[in-house]
Ligand binder design. Sequence first.
Ligand code: ME8
Length: 516
Amino acid sequence: EANRVAGGKRYFLTTPIYYLNGQPHIGHAYTSIAADVLARWKRLAGNEVFFLTGTDEHGQKVEQAAVAAGLSPQDFTDRLAGDFRSMAEKIGVSFDDFIRTTEERHKRACQALWERLKDAGHIYLGHYEGWYAVRDEAFYGPDEIEERDGKKVAIASGAPVEWTREPSYFFRLSAWTGKLLEFYEAHPDFMAPASTRREVTAFVKAGLQDLSISRTSFKWGVPVPGDDAHVMYVWLDALTNYITALGYPDTGSEKWGFWPADVHMVGKEITRFHCIYWPAFLMAAGLEPPRRVFANGWLTIEGQKMSKSLGNGLDPLQLAEEFGLDPLRYYLLREVPFGNDGDFSRRAVIGRLNSELANDLGNLANRVLALIGKNCEGRLPPLTAPTEADRELLGPVEALPAQVDEAISRQAFGEALERVWVVVRQGNSWIDAQKPWSLKKTDPERMAAVLRSLHTALRGVATVLQPFMPGTMGAMLDQLGVGQGARALSDLATPLADDTALPPPSPLFRKIEDAA
Ligand code: ME8
């Protein structure tokens, strides 16, 4: 059956773990909301989902931020991790686990991975000399830095770099150049979008150097087993979070069955770590690499780069307050093809809220439900054999779950929404063509059948939109009389009982006047 969506699988997905060096902002919310839509969709399709998010708490950058705040790193990170966690909850991120890299389980996993790599001969002690950017927690080669205003900075990020010389353990990354290229070749879906795949492949083709994976110049990190003078490089520490959460090194557990990850959702600036270092570490440790890394593009705010000094508007909670959480979530995934760079603009949010949510969808639902309330005593009209006209409306509705699934499974969230809006717009022209309001006197049976078809269409639309707008679509399904236990994709095959009593409808979206 072409319209069926396959479920029943284990699905493991992650967000980046965010650095605790400042407050959460809309950029973090962007990746987390996209990952959340994917997690909710996979659950709706009947999969067993494990959705991981959390915070990256070690490293010099966090240590320096703690000092600047006048707190110990532990107190500082405890406080900020709470902010990140509560932000995630408030924007509807339905995580199954929230990992903090300062947890004991994580130290254990990092040290176990280290020992495994060491025992297998992938780690050696040398010493490091080179350019280090604290802000990026990354080393740069001489060709990757330049001078700006008399200061040496990393070309890619603009972060100031310092000449660093210290003893360091190294991971033999140079040995993985060929194996990584083979791996990319054999797994065309491993990296997306295409721009990421091209950039990462080109970088690896240029040849990889061994990677410094320990530091002695500060203490805020996971101690290297057997050599307390060193803490682990924060990216080795951070990437390990994805297996810590599955209980590593206990690979016999039930939870471990979620490895390899189905997708790591990340921002495009951290693809080098996820697409090169991470699979190399894993393969070296005899573990499977993740199935996929998807890199979202970079968000600007009203055409401006997001700056450290947080303007009010960048706080996702304030934006959710201003526009409603669900319109905000909808906008973020609708405005630009996911994977491209994009801009956050208040006018554009308001435009989409007013036209697509309030007019196209909200009004259609309200019109249909008001007509059922008025003309059918608030009871669902009986199911009848569909006419050709009904099939014109309902055929595309039935095809929606498979189409949306196909788009969401490759993280094409905007395409998924466009598919749904094709049906929503069609619903609007269909009701105008069928004119149920004028059938009451002439053909009440056909009026009832038309309203029933529209109800079926609205149920299909609300069901597939739940992952994007969980609160509002929950309310819409309430108004449609769809019980809590009948909201999965598979429930769409079972029609609602005739005569189901529907509550009085109320508007789903609140329009906003555009001040500009
Ligand atoms: O990099 N546009 O953490 P981080 C789009 N701790 N996405 C944005 C964004 C923007 N303007 N700003 C932030 C780290 N993001 C590491 C990750 S993972 C093992 C360790 C999102 O706090 C995007 O997903 O700097 C980006 O990759 C992430 O936040 C960076 O968060």
